[in-house]
Design a binder for this molecule. Structure first.
Ligand code: SF4
Ligand code: SF4
Length: 267
């Protein structure tokens, strides 16, 4: 069926987009206006309105991560690795499917993948935009003390991808529910000391600890080296090994459920 976009109101177009996205096997979705002032925190090159010409809206897709890997002490690293990267690939594909759907209405749409490509801004690794800020602007949660997006239902155990589009869609209200208890366990237990005395997050320290690539450990983080690592990661080292998730594991909001098992009786 050919859908003529001029015939659709902003509400109808938003409903079409959300209905399509909700059928894509996601756990939550939110829409932000590109003019939301939250995006101004990012450097200009990383603000959605400067990433896609004529951008009007950012659609953010969210999938939860399983908690089981935290109960597998001998296989935690391997399990986290696959869980994260499987969900991130899933989110990348869904964003591309959604972008195609939006373009069928006569608009442009650009996907923001869950992980790669990375860029190096000064000495910090960054995505094409900050998905964390996009999730905040799109009403998917608040920024917790751990500097992670905290979803009201899934805590910080979530991954995101997004689509920036020239379609004007109805934005969702930003979340008012702050469920971070401010307990500080994430900061106290960070093995990389990736928070300064004021509690500000230091991404470079975190990524050196939490994203293990074979050659990360061999070099000093000079700007020249970081440009090389940007190219290397984006071409050959697509899947970093997750070597730290303490701030997610220790957070009481990401409650590790008591072990439940179901006995199946033989009849
Ligand atoms: S992932 Fe690890 S290194 Fe990074 S902030 Fe969390 S606890 Fe610290
Ligand atoms: S560990 Fe405590 S302070 Fe840190 S994010 Fe979780 S609830 Fe917030």
């Amino acid at each position: 069926m050919l859908i003529i976009s001029e015939n659709l109101s902003e509400e109808e177009l938003t409903k079409n987009v959300k209905d399509f996205a909700n059928n894509l096997d996601i756990d939550d979705i939110g829409i932000a206006d590109v003019e939301n002032e939250v995006f101004l925190v990012a450097p200009p090159d990383y603000q959605p309105k400067n990433v896609l010409q004529g951008a009007k809206s950012v659609i953010v897709l969210l999938c939860r991560l399983p908690k089981g890997p935290f109960l597998a002490p001998n296989r935690k690293k391997q399990s986290l690795h696959r869980a994260h990267h499987s969900i991130m690939k899933h989110l990348d594909i869904l964003a591309a499917r959604l972008a195609g759907f939006i373009e069928s209405f006569g608009y442009y749409a650009l996907t923001i993948p869950a992980y790669n490509p990375i860029t190096i801004n000064k000495t910090n690794p960054m995505g094409l935009i900050s998905l964390k800020l996009a999730g905040l602007a799109a009403g998917l949660g608040k920024i917790a003390k751990s500097e992670l997006l905290m979803h009201p239902k899934y805590g910080t155990l979530v991954r995101l991808s997004a689509v920036i589009t020239t379609a004007k869609l109805l934005p969702d209200p930003m979340s008012l529910k702050d469920i971070c208890t401010d307990c500080g366990l994430c900061i106290e237990n960070c093995p990389a000391k990736a928070f300064d005395k004021k509690g500000n997050y230091l991404p470079n320290k975190c990524s050196r600890k939490s994203m293990e690539h074979g050659n990360f450990v061999l070099h000093k983080f000079t700007p020249e080296y970081l440009k090389n690592i940007e190219m290397i990661i984006n071409t050959t080292l697509l899947e970093y090994s997750i070597s730290c998730s303490v701030c997610q594991e220790i957070c009481p909001i990401n409650k590790i459920p008591k072990i439940k098992s179901k006995t199946i009786e033989n009849k």
